[in-house]
Design a protein around this ligand. Structure first.
Ligand SMILES: NC(=O)c1ccc[n+]([C@@H]2O[C@H](COP(=O)([O-])OP(=O)(O)OC[C@H]3O[C@@H](n4cnc5c(N)ncnc54)[C@H](OP(=O)(O)O)[C@@H]3O)[C@@H](O)[C@H]2O)c1
Length: 426
């Protein structure tokens, strides 16, 4: 990796923008180390580390802002996997994790075989990584199913909670020009995940007029799902806890909102042979189904249920989804044991589909919707670099605001949209 001009110091301050393409020896980063695994507020710490080397298809991005996602809550706690140990087992040397799976910034250097971006391009980064020679990618199949697929800034090191991040060329997409750095860093991971969940599993894809249920409608994924559904002319009903989230979801395009605090049948499904417990559960699930009809304004079941809470909600999701419909799930925030009544599942020929992040086309799909102004990043709160642990703690405690959060990395303040403005701002 070569730099066109010489760095004037070993490490630059945050926001002290070097000349385009100038790369210092070291950079500031928010590191997680195994000895700090635990509550996110304590797990992240600012340190100076070397700037990563690039391979032929890699790109070095000067990070202006980074998005906050749940995956680095898990990374900070070291559960369900120790991401550092997992990488070191595969031969990587660094005994630390630089997280961050969303970024906006400027291309600062490129590997020798990169052709799709050049130094100076303003980009957003998606978090899907796979080996260039992965047989799935080479054969033109969905690389999401390939053996080398991994999430940048979670399963890979060198994420966006640092002054520079190392990404693969295909991860870079044009930054929507109308967005600030902090807005542009906020939507890609959740937006692309939601896009694949709603468009990636034919024939169960979004269709105009069709009702769907969106869990956590005011959350990162949910706020994207509502807007993607609205853009398709579908009719999303959002589930939330808390009155303040109703209006938020409606503004995004939800046709109705259900407050989950009014129900108490959550958790694993009782055994079918236990009449009393099972009937109690059924009563709760039916009442929730009736709340869906009321919120929709019509006695119709959702053809898609957008799932991520997992253990506590999946019995209800599988029960209420329409015959031939799909429950699509990308997480198990409340637990990983899924229970469902198979009688309804086979007789009504329902589908329970796992889904994970997105491929290049699906990332472009959400980016195009954002560029067209049809999906807003729903940025609710912006943090300073030193607050990286604090904002992950808010997320861990479910005390974070509706929508998405981001962190200013090299951008010296909010409201800046391009490199020229950013230089002038300091
Ligand atoms: N596989 C993937 O590619 C992928 C991608 C993105 C995210 N994820 C995962 O998806 C999950 C959600 O991510 P996110 O960014 O949307 O998080 P988020 O912004 O925290 O939103 C999650 C929402 O879930 C709702 N919720 C919390 N506890 C619940 C419960 N017991 N029952 C029902 N709803 C509950 C909350 O809304 P209310 O309290 O208002 O109901 C919250 O707003 C995380 O586990 C994350 O790691 C996976």
């Amino acid at each position: 990796m070569s730099s066109p001009a010489t760095a004037t110091r070993d490490v630059y301050e945050l926001g002290e923008v070097p000349d385009l393409g100038v790369i210092p020896e070291r950079m500031l980063a928010q590191l997680i180390r195994p000895e700090r695994f635990g509550e996110p507020r304590d797990a992240f710490k600012e340190e100076a580390v070397h700037v990563p080397e690039l391979g032929p298809h890699d790109v070095l991005v000067y990070v202006m802002a980074a998005g906050v996602n749940y995956n680095n809550v898990w990374a900070a706690m070291g559960i369900p996997i120790d991401v550092i140990k997992a990488r070191m087992k595969k031969g990587e040397k660094e005994p630390f994790h630089i997280g961050g799976s969303d970024a906006s910034g400027v291309v600062w250097a490129t590997g020798k075989d990169v052709t799709n971006v050049k130094v100076g391009d303003e980009v957003v980064v998606h978090c899907g990584m796979w080996d260039h020679d992965d047989p799935f990618a080479v054969a033109g199949k969905d690389p999401m199913f390939g053996p080398s697929f991994r999430i940048w800034g979670y399963e890979s090191n060198w994420g966006s909670f640092a002054q520079y991040t190392k990404v693969q060329d295909h991860q870079c997409l044009p930054k929507p020009a109308h967005l600030t750095w902090e807005e542009a860093a906020a939507y890609m991971l959740v937006g692309a995940t939601a896009y694949r969940m709603l468009y990636g599993w034919p024939p169960n894809v979004l269709k105009p007029g069709e009702p769907l249920l969106v869990w956590g409608g005011a959350g990162g994924l949910g706020s994207m799902a509502i807007q993607i559904a609205r853009a398709a002319g579908a009719r999303p009903v959002a589930v939330v806890s808390g009155d303040s989230k109703n209006e938020f979801c409606k503004k995004l395009g939800a046709v109705g909102v259900i407050d989950r605090r009014k129900f108490d049948h959550w958790g694993k499904l009782p055994r079918w042979s236990d009449d009393i417990e099972y009937n109690l559960w059924l009563k709760g699930a039916r009442a929730f189904g009736a709340a869906f009809w009321e919120a929709l304004g019509e006695k119709k079941n959702p053809t898609i249920v957008f799932e991520h809470p997992g253990e506590t909600t999946i019995p209800t999701s599988c029960f209420m989804v329409e015959t031939g419909g799909m429950v699509v799930i990308c997480a198990g925030t409340t637990g990983y044991n899924a229970t469902l009544d198979l009688r309804y599942h086979w007789m009504r020929q329902k589908r329970l589909q796992g889904s994970h992040f997105a491929n290049d086309e699906q990332c472009k799909g959400i980016n195009d919707l954002v560029i067209a102004g049809k999906v807003d990043p729903c940025l609710s709160r912006v943090f300073e670099f030193r607050e990286t642990g604090d904002c992950h703690q808010l997320m861990r405690d479910n005390n974070h605001p509706s929508g998405n959060m981001s962190i200013l990395v090299n951008a010296p303040r909010r409201g800046l949209k391009n490199l020229a403005e950013t230089r002038a701002a300091r």
